[in-house]
Design a protein around this ligand. Structure first.
Ligand code: MLT
Length: 236
């Protein structure tokens, strides 16, 4: 029996998936999961994803860096926003509490999975290798935007699904097949395709352009994954 691939395009639908016995890959390309992987590449000690600003501030009062955004804009009073550039050279050895509009919700709703790891284009091959090594069915859980699917997370799901297909995994829901088809049609123009998304347009309106290019750097980071262990994400 081949291992299976499911894709869920928004946390609103994750309850339609059984996560027990599977690995959930949580993806929020613009920008939460890209930031988390960047922070781990910068040797952050751990990242604590929380749902609310107050939870973040409470961890901040215990000495953690506070990070995150609402609607794409850095939360006032936080140490870091949600640009990967906020993490470069600034978080080595540090614990970070993060809260974002969609990504931390998707993480919270994935906790019933046997394992939860972080998906981004920045480390997609490292994730593929880890999944193959773990030999479990996968659910790619897209953060989307406020309950609706988005292009960039779906494109990532298709890219990972395509590579898993090549290793004998079977896409078993239409969403996975649609995501893989989206990737097949756009595999040679990933950045251009992702830039069509609503959130890319929203971020560009805020003058946030360089983040978009950064988040679409395929395999910028080798041999690096992020895994949820209890309440924190650590490098594996
Ligand atoms: C999200 O949670 O959707 C992202 O973090 C939003 C962003 O970083 O702009």
């Amino acid at each position: 029996m081949p291992l299976t691939i499911e894709v869920c395009l928004t946390p609103k639908l994750i309850n339609q998936h059984v996560l027990q016995g599977k690995i959930a890959i949580v993806v929020d390309i613009f920008r939460a999961s890209s930031c988390i992987i960047t922070a781990l590449s910068e040797n952050s000690a751990a990242i604590y994803p929380v749902r609310t600003v107050d939870e973040c501030l409470k961890l901040g009062s215990q000495g953690m860096l506070t990070a995150g955004e609402r609607g794409g804009i850095k939360i006032e009073g936080f140490d870091l926003g949600n640009s990967p550039f906020d993490y470069l050279g600034k978080v080595s050895g540090k614990e970070i509490a993060i809260s974002t509009t969609n990504g931390t919700i998707a993480l919270d709703k994935s906790k019933s999975a046997d394992q939860v790891i972080i998906g981004s284009f920045l480390n997609i091959t490292a994730t593929l290798e880890y999944l193959i090594d773990q030999n479990l069915p996968v659910v790619i859980h897209c953060a989307g935007w406020r309950g609706v699917p988005n292009i960039e997370d779906t494109l990532y799901a298709g890219a990972l699904g395509h590579q898993l297909n090549d290793h004998g995994y079977l896409a078993i829901n239409d969403t996975a097949k649609m995501a893989i088809d989206l990737y097949h049609q756009n595999m040679n123009s990933l950045l251009q395709t992702a830039l069509k998304s609503d959130h890319a347009k929203r971020l560009r309106k805020f003058g946030i352009n360089k983040d978009l290019d950064f988040c679409l750097q395929v395999n910028k980071y080798q041999n690096l994954n992020g895994k949820l262990k209890g309440s924190k994400i650590v490098k594996i």
